[in-house]
Write a protein that binds this ligand. Sequence first.
Ligand SMILES: O=C(O)CCC(=O)C(=O)O
Length: 189
Amino acid sequence: MKTYLNGRLVIFSAFYDDVYCDRIFRKLYNQIKWLDKTYQNADGSIVHLPRLTANYGERSYNYSGMVFEPEPWTDVMLELKKDAEILGQETFNAAVLQLYRDGKDRVNWHSDDDPCVGKNPTIVSISFGETREFWFKAKNGMGNPLKLLVEKGDVIVMQGTLQHTHLHRVPPENEKKARINITFRNVIH
Ligand SMILES: O=C(O)CCC(=O)C(=O)O
């Protein structure tokens, strides 16, 4: 276990072994109802998110003025949620999933400070598949950005004020295979 950013970012490296990771990756890849979401630019053009996404759990997830209705928990998701709740010391009622199909897929700088998860949310992030860079930078521009390499089976706990003080991203990279990330969240309103 390693901590960063004043202990608000905790990484449990290789929490799951390779055999488990490969089995869970295949199940999630095949069972999750992956969505190719689009949004409209200011000029009216339709843009595809540069990754596939899904929402699971008991509560709808509300961000950027859009509401995403969840699919019900699957057995695999419930299995992972149990671990996430132990590591995060929190109960979770929602999950956001990302499927990066290759190195071109990415998520740009943002923070998971959506009002629906309240102040100082604990978010537990679990990754399977390809290793990808995961960057953090302070919203006030202080200090150097932090680059981590997240591998399959790693579990990251983000907590305290982190979502209010920092942004994170998964940048595009060359020649990458697929990666799946799940973030467990507690929606309070
Ligand atoms: O893929 C990741 O590791 C991060 C995903 C993420 O930032 C998000 O779901 O908000």
